[in-house]
Design a protein around this ligand. Structure first.
Ligand SMILES: Nc1ncnc2c1ncn2[C@@H]1O[C@H](COP(=O)(O)OP(=O)(O)O)[C@@H](O)[C@H]1O
Length: 323
């Protein structure tokens, strides 16, 4: 692999969208003086009531020559026992028209936003297949909430919570953390408000039981991305992976070395990034992945992850855009 390819693969962060209420426009007002065939829209009291008691689509508007505008207003006011509006006060026709158009625009925007479908995506792949890197690019492009099961677990370990203590020994070995810990952790995170607009779930589900648990909570993704990278490549990526705890930058000793000695000296290695543990993580991945894939085969897209990160992302971007 070239240094360029590798640097692309290892630059991820470490932890990874009227009708007819208008009276007249200014230009109409001017035209009305010259042209009696110009129209303004008036609405009777009854029609006003219809508007408030029913949806705007059901309201009926009265088209009248502009010359009878005042007469019309007087009639409506008399019926409603309310005094007629003062002739020269209140918003000008231009202001009213602007308000109507603004309200209509807001309505259209709100409807578009409501129609915009939340994107629910799962990204899967073996250890070091580039999930974190692609997640970072997806979040940047689409603003979707990223949830990494591995990050949730590492945070629990760092905080020393009960779940964290339970998870640690499994993570250290490269084994899957038991469902009793990870399932609720992910479910709770998916129920947080920032996930209402969609989510990108990374590293979950990793087993048939986790996939079943997700379904049992009524949580179903619309797209399942699988990053496919040969095992030999994965192992090389894993064992050379290093973290700069100061900047969060991920380097690779061979493919994307640190820029200078100072940075090189402070690099740390994930405790499960040793060859032995990575071998086990790969074994665990292969043992479980097929069960997960069979559950999501209708929405699954396999991506060749053994390419530059920008090339991989282009393919993913196209798939997400077409959702
Ligand atoms: N869905 C999960 N179920 C059980 N354990 C998990 C899950 N996701 C992550 N883990 C644990 O956290 C470790 C690190 O996961 P992660 O950061 O996603 O890295 P990788 O994808 O390289 O395995 C895994 O080896 C495993 O021990």
């Amino acid at each position: 692999m070239s240094a360029l390819t590798a640097s692309s693969l290892f630059t991820s962060s470490a932890l990874r969208e009227s009708k007819t209420t208008t009276t007249s426009s200014t230009s109409n007002k001017n035209k009305n003086k010259k042209n009696s065939s110009s129209f303004v829209v008036c609405r009777s009291q009854k029609q006003q009531q219809q508007k408030t008691s029913a949806s705007s689509e059901k309201s009926i508007s009265l088209l009248a020559p502009s010359s009878s505008k005042n007469e019309c207003i007087q009639q409506i006011a008399a019926k409603s026992k309310a005094p007629p509006p003062p002739a020269a006060t209140g918003p000008t026709p231009t202001q009213i028209a602007a308000g109507v158009f603004a309200a209509a625009a807001i309505g259209v925007t709100a409807r578009k936003a409501m129609k915009k479908k939340a994107k629910k995506i799962v990204i899967a792949g073996a250890p070091a297949s580039g999930k974190g890197t692609q997640c970072e690019l997806i979040v940047k492009k689409f603003g979707i909430t990223h949830i990494s099961a591995g990050d949730l677990l590492r945070a629990a370990v760092a905080q020393g919570t009960d779940d964290g203590l339970k998870a640690k020994e499994f993570m250290d070995r490269g084994d899957l953390v038991p469902d009793e810990v990870v399932v609720n952790m992910v479910k709770s995170r998916l129920n947080e408000p920032d996930c209402a607009g969609g989510w990108l779930l990374d590293g979950y589900p990793r087993s048939a039981s986790q996939a079943e648990a997700l379904s049992s909570y009524g949580i179903e993704p619309d797209l399942f991305l699988l990053l496919d990278v040969p095992d030999e490549e994965l192992l090389e990526r894993v064992v050379g992976r290093r973290l700069d705890p100061v900047t969060g930058q991920i380097y690779h000793l061979k493919f994307f070395p640190p820029p200078d000695e100072t940075v090189a000296k402070r690099l740390t290695q994930r405790s499960d990034d040793t060859e032995e543990k990575a071998q086990n993580r790969l074994k665990v991945h292969h043992a479980n992945v097929n069960a997960v894939l069979s559950k999501y085969k209708n929405i699954m897209k396999t991506i060749d992850g053994n390419r530059q990160k920008t090339t991989v992302f282009k393919e993913i971007e196209g798939l997400i855009k077409s959702m």
